[in-house]
Design a protein around this ligand. Structure first.
Ligand SMILES: Nc1ncnc2c1ncn2[C@@H]1O[C@H](COP(=O)(O)OP(=O)(O)O)[C@@H](O)[C@H]1O
Ligand SMILES: [Mg+2]
Length: 284
């Protein structure tokens, strides 16, 4: 049986103003996987994510980490936050230190580690995110993309086993989006569990091992990227666009231009490879 690292079990959350943002939602994240939570604005993605490290407590139901119910005492929450790191959508809500170095050091300094260990983690996190050259720069002078990377570095330096990214590419230009997704890929390859939210069907389709579709505070559907995006009823109900790679693949298939055995491509490169393969065969 796959090991579950994070679970939400029938959770409900009501904000103080009475908004029922999460309405009986269950999901499970397998250890080491890349999971996308896909849904339009207001679906409840951010609210759900704030439950994963105990910032919000469900009004009903429970959250589990590594097979154990999350509890909300101070020590238990500190322990949870060591293991589950969240990168918020807006880095301005995350960054509060004067310099990049101070910002990235803040988390590990609070873990009671030796000075050497803090330094090792901070250097490594800054290297991994490409912000080492910015170490002495005041955080408020950074560009948006740089702030985002520094926020990620601050979480990486805590060395959590699960990293949660709330709309990691929101408001980034294409180059920074690609760089951020490459970084998430490297984080995943290093053995971490990575969960992200997005409203971008192309991104979820190409990146995720497993997708949960959220709509109006509930899970409207779930499955592998192929399962989710070939489910016409779900796409219609959740107002989701089909990823363009899948549209092109389906169109080529319909026109008999691809042999049936070819696995469904999830990226532009894979799509081009399958077109190239078929044209090669046609000529041969
Ligand atoms: N602090 C808050 N107080 C009251 N309602 C909120 C608050 N934050 C979010 N909401 C509401 O909760 C619902 C889900 O919001 P959110 O979790 O931010 O969705 P998403 O991240 O998918 O865009 C929305 O209806 C939103 O208006
Ligand atoms: Mg949100």
């Amino acid at each position: 049986m796959a090991e579950l690292i994070l679970e939400a079990i029938d959770i409900e959350f009501i904000y103080p103003d009475g908004t029922r943002a999460i309405k009986g939602l269950s999901l499970a994240v397998e250890k080491g996987k890349k999971v996308a939570v896909l849904g339009p604005n207001g679906a409840g993605k951010s609210t759900l994510f704030l439950h994963f490290n105990g910032i919000l407590r469900p009004s009903r139901g429970k959250v589990r980490f590594a097979g154990r119910d999350v509890t909300y005492g101070h020590a238990a929450l500190m322990e949870l936050r060591k293991n589950v790191g969240i990168v918020f959508q807006d880095p301005d809500t995350q960054l509060f230190s004067a310099s990049v170095l101070q910002e990235v050091s803040f988390g590990p300094l609070n873990l009671g580690l030796s000075k050497e260990e803090v330094l090792r983690r901070v250097e490594r996190a800054m290297e991994d995110t490409g912000v080492a050259d910015l170490r002495n720069k005041p955080t408020h002078l950074l560009s948006f993309g740089q702030k985002k990377l520094v926020a990620i570095a601050g979480i990486l330096a805590m060395e959590p086993s699960v990293l949660i990214f709330d709309e990691p590419t929101a408001w980034l230009d294409p180059r920074h989006s690609v760089r951020t997704m490459e970084l998430l890929e490297r984080i995943s390859r290093s053995g971490k569990t990575v969960v992200l939210s997005t409203h971008d069907a192309d991104l979820a389709f190409s990146w995720a091992d497993y997708i949960y579709v959220l709509k109006d505070g509930v899970v409207a559907g779930e499955g592998t990227p192929e399962q989710v995006f070939q489910d016409e009823a779900l796409l219609q109900q959740a107002h989701l666009e089909k990823p363009w790679v899948l549209e092109v693949y389906n169109q080529l298939r319909r026109n008999g231009l691809l042999s049936p055995g070819i696995p469904v491509p999830r990226t532009k490169a894979q799509l081009f490879a399958c077109i190239g393969g078929c044209l090669g065969k046609g000529r041969g």
